[in-house]
Design a protein around this ligand. Sequence first.
Ligand code: AGP
Length: 613
Amino acid sequence: MCGIVGYVGDKSAVGIILEGLKRLEYRGYDSAGIAVLAPSGTLEVRRAAGRIKMLEGILRDRPLSGAIGIGHTRWATHGRPSDDNAHPHTDCSGTLVVVHNGILENYLEIKERLQAQGHTFKSETDTEVIAHLIEHHLKTTPRLERAVKAALAEFKGSYAVGVVSKAAPDRLIAAKHGAGSVVVGLGKGEMFIASDIPAILSHTRDVVILEDGEVAVVTAEGVVLSTLDDQPVQRDPVRIMWDPIMAEKGGYRHFMLKEIYEQPRAITDTFRGRISPETGAIVLPDLNIDPATVRAIQRVVFVACGTAYHASMLGRTMVERLAGLPAEADLASEYRYRDAIAGPETLVVAVSQSGETADTIGAVKAARLKGCPIITITNAVGSALAREATGTIYMHAGPEIGVASTKAFSTMIVAVYLLGLWLGRQRDAITAEDVRKRIRDLVEIPRLVEQTLELDTKIAALARHLSHATDFLYLGRGVQYPIALEGALKLKEISYIHAEGYAGGEMKHGPIALIADGLPVVAIAPRDASYERMLGNIEEVRARDGQVIAIVHQGDKLIASKAQHVIEVPPAAELLAPLITVIPLQLLAYHVSVRRGCDVDQPRNLAKSVTVE
Ligand code: AGP
């Protein structure tokens, strides 16, 4: 998730690109850069770690001018945020620049091949490899667009790229495969490219949207589209009628809703390149844990806060089931002060979207003092928690703007699943065949999430009915217990309704006293090992006049006959089923919040990153 803006025309490119980048800052803000083809024919680049205002400072000191250029605001995936890793990236000879959004799975092998041919690299990014590979192809294919296509055809993974070159000074090249969107904005005597419409909306409302596998050659006069294998493409422009704020949210009313809908993509990005369905290999190259340390591990402790703690509870189950190791999940705010018993045999896994949560950092520091190896699962490359850890698993969710965590939660679950499988293989607790099956289960999930998102309209209607309730109870068992906690947390944080999440087995030990007069009870009851017991809970709620909202597998007639409201979700492998059942709970919280007129994306009293105790 990065932002890309390009301009070609008769105006000064710098101001237009900077203005566009600022509108895309929500897509990534750890570094930014711009490249302009100067009237003298030189390609000038300015880059800076930090927000766009840092880049503006550099441009004040060392201004650029030119009527064709490209800019980028970065959300790091490969290589920490720094000046060197900021885009645009150049080739060896400084002939061309590339900006990129996405993840290239095979960049390392291509990089090694190019290094052997004499290319030298200045950054840790996958993007720089694109620039060098285009340079390589330009030796045999003098036309820039052909060299770009030849290079892109070699990459596996996802990309949205923009290219500017001295070799073809009148054009921008843009291409896309699998990563976000690329649009070409049509002006009069000027054209724009952008990864998102808001970047160019103040200049034009007429855009051509690229599809996967397409390349656009953009000059001041027009745009020519073709496929990677040179088939011409005809596409009519579309007129965008969104207002600028709506455009920033991709047409969604709130960032939270956009992020809920981004989950299929975010989940795919988290496992992409890390699994081999053929061999059953799990590849987590940034863990930095040697085999001797892995063999010495006797238990795993997850530390986290809030939603990340709920994902950690699932992490505990994954590690127990897949790696056969004792595991715990602890609230970071408690763990840091508990003087817990731990040492080099305890693997501590810190889970945090922001990587900056003060309590989680405190817990990791406490564990480090005891000599524990530490893995951080985070969405923020180069964050404090990533720096504190022995190794990392990046979630690749892209920036999450809504305070209520949604896609970060899903990608955390994928990350702890991969960790469980990896540990299981390293310790011979699970066979390659079993891993292959579990990989197949995982690959199914994005499609099942898409299918579950189709429940949106039904859940919006349910929210209309429930939005005046003052209390909610959420019940789940096994892997659905953390989902009950997560559903309750989502509802309370954005709609300010009192909500409690409980393990179904605990109901008789207290919360059953609350059930009366239509109290909404969300029972998460897929057909899994806990099904019969959840059925018992549902009967108990009914007997006391509670209002049952049941989340069940498609076609479950039995529970349908007992619940007032039924949400049917597709079945998935048990360990991964939380990725499906959480979707209706996120949507329910969202629609209740909207109906109550709450501030969905910035609820009262909360902050996205809790960097203080
Ligand atoms: C989730 O919706 C919350 N906003 C909150 O609980 C959050 O998950 C928690 O503060 C942890 O944040 P982190 O993942 O950035 O560490």
